[in-house]
Design a protein around this ligand. Sequence first.
Ligand code: ATP
Length: 340
Amino acid sequence: MAIVEVAGLVKEFDSGKVRAIDSVDLATKEGEYLVLLGPSGCGKTTLLRTIAGLEQPTSGQVLINDTVVTHLPPRARQIAMVFQSYALYPHKTVLGNIVFPLRAARVNPQERQRKAEWAAGLLGIEHLLARKPRQLSGGERQRVALARALVRDPQVFLLDEPLSNLDAKLRASARDELKRFQQEVGTTTIYVTHDQVEAMGLGDRIAVFSQGKVRQIGPPTEVYDDPADTFVATFIGSPPMNLVPDGEKLVGFRPEHLLPATVLNGDAMRIELAVQRLEYLSGDRHLYGTATGIGEPTRVISRLPATVTEPVEPGQTYDFAVNRDKVRYFDAASGLRTTS
Ligand code: ATP
């Protein structure tokens, strides 16, 4: 198990015209599953490649277990990286693909076989060892790529959107498998994705990225419940957090906390909700409407679970409310979280 750390990391491209990583400090815990989450182009892949040694930082350092590895070549870092397009050798069998890095490292044949069988067993692909990649499904190919990374006994796994080529159903099961597998081997893993559902499901902690900077790092519940700024508040959560402008501040609340006033007890912030549209989604009702009564009239979304049975019709206005302990405030100018 290892601790990966980056300190004051900057990576520029095009003679400084593009700053892909903008002074990032980040450290994993031992055996942690850390997810880097952010929109396209925010610098996630560049950060992963820099940790792997495939890119040299413009400044700053990469450390593994407190040792500076910034100038070590990739192979000296004991890191295994699985990319979005996990290229397998088409003419080799699954077994041939898995043992390839061991052959390159001149590991003896018995040991190669033993490790390949162990990795294949762990990933549930023992029965596929004689097949060629074209005879596999997307999910099976992904497991072969993981097995190939695993036999190297890496200290660290770097996974760059490894599930992006799979359909939605396979993605969900592959996600479960990945999590189970990582818990079993306990290898420190950094996982890149732009999919917040994936991040919430997989990560011990999530580092939310935007424009080359880490906006927040914390366990899924923390980034969801207590976002550090409006970027995190709206990037995480589907539908995103509602933000109502009120003078110098923004009043934030999650759709599932905007409920009919009649179902809330305790200290609540009252909101008039003029409902325009209603959608049914996985047993919930999503109400699209305009909130008045706090700040400026603003388009908001309320998500009513099946347990809330109050009748709601488009075209009507209702008394809604949000429990005060669910309300979050942000500075309108900087977007940063404030206390009130
Ligand atoms: P995605 O989710 O789309 O893969 P990402 O968050 O991984 O995006 P990066 O690939 O790290 O983003 O790119 C970060 C920024 O750096 C982007 O603006 C990209 O255009 C730029 N960039 C990346 N590689 C290079 C390069 N070799 N030369 C110039 N600019 C680059």
